[in-house]
Write a protein that binds this ligand. Structure first.
Ligand code: FMN
Length: 326
């Protein structure tokens, strides 16, 4: 169990925000499989305040994914505060501020990881959003912009001083993007510096890693990103391991049912037209490392609707079943 301000989570596992990935169906499935909290992809504060319909659509939510954290990015305290108000009105249970995005398009506006070089601006933004929003407030940071300027701890302290309820530490520099290893020592140090709940993030690839991260850093929560893509069962596996149970791999029939359910939810969220295209990348992730996956992958473009997906899946999973469980 983890408390973030007034919100009590079922457990300490959090689905990381991932642009282009953590949409409504993905989040719903992660919640069902054990994530205690799910996060939207980053949403432009400017886009929300200007009323862009596409930006606004990122706030859509279903009741069974709750509680939901909406992550906002922006550089202006006023627009961030206004965007937070809009997100809360749309149903956000927690507002998270992005201070880690290294992408040029975002950083050149002063948002995302560019904030790590400007503690005074961080204080203004967190204070403004804190005043504007009635729900708990968190922020997600990196170790700093570059190794020459390791400002992460200072920023964590500023975030806590401005009365945020928790902070997520992804201990890589923005210049590293996702390369090298996350230096978990900074997660533990962040906890000492901030004195608010700290979520550790970075390089939890297997269930064991989540337990190790908690033991090594003392973090209150564990946020998981890339490994949940293709293996959303990782949340359940962590919970199993913590309860002293063997972390179960999904059976073939469970995997098949999950993929079909993912398609159904996508079709519900974005319509039958777009769902087959959005499903392609997911199928690559879901079948990574499985036997005969290259033949299956070669046929992915033939998926036009639920029936063609089911047909392809039946064919592939029959072959797999002939092989026994992987
Ligand atoms: C495709 C992709 C998109 C991402 N989008 C976001 C984002 O919108 N906001 C954010 O704070 N972090 C974003 N991240 C970073 C992740 O939230 C996370 O910090 C990072 O992947 C490290 O965690 P992991 O090792 O568990 O993947 C993204 C990462 C990936 C791979």
């Amino acid at each position: 169990m983890l408390r973030i301000g007034t919100v009590t989570l079922e457990n300490h596992l959090v689905l990381a925000p991932m642009a282009g990935i953590t949409n409504l169906p993905f989040r719903t499935l992660a919640r069902r499989l054990g994530a205690g909290l799910v996060t939207t992809e980053m949403v432009s504060a400017m886009g929300l305040t200007m009323g862009h319909p596409r930006t606004r659509s990122y706030l859509r939510s279903w009741s069974d994914e709750k509680p939901l954290a909406v992550q906002l990015f922006g550089a202006g305290p006023r627009s961030m505060a206004e965007a937070a108000r809009i997100a809360v009105e749309a149903g956000a249970d927690i507002i998270d501020i992005n201070m880690g995005c290294p992408v040029r398009k975002v950083a050149k506006t002063g948002a995302g990881a560019a904030l790590l070089d400007h503690p005074e601006r961080v204080a203004e933004i967190v204070t403004a959003v804190r005043l504007a929003c009635t729900v708990p407030l968190t922020a997600k940071i990196r170790a700093g912009w570059a190794p020459e300027r390791p400002t992460g701890l200072e920023i964590a302290r500023v975030i806590a001083d401005c009365e945020a309820d928790a902070v997520t530490v992804h201990p890589r520099f923005a210049t590293q993007r996702y390369t090298g290893r996350a230096d978990w020592r900074l997660i533990g140090a962040g906890k000492g510096a901030a004195r608010i709940p700290v979520m550790g993030n970075g390089d939890v690839f297997r269930a064991e890693d989540a337990l190790r991260m908690r033991a090594e850093t003392g973090c209150d929560g564990v946020m998981i990103g890339r490994s949940a893509v293709g293996n959303p069962w990782i949340f359940r596996q962590v919970l199993d391991l913590e309860a002293g149970r063997e972390p179960g791999e999904p059976t073939l029939s469970e995997r098949r049912a999950h993929i079909l359910e993912h398609y159904r939810l996508l079709a519900r969220a974005v319509g039958e037209q777009r769902a087959p295209y959005m499903m392609r990348g997911l199928l690559l992730a879901y079948t990574k490392g499985l036997p005969y996956s290259s033949r299956f992958r070669g046929r992915i473009t033939s998926i036009k609707d639920f029936d063609t997906l089911t047909e392809l899946m039946d064919d592939y999973f029959e072959t797999l079943e002939g092989e026994g469980e992987p």
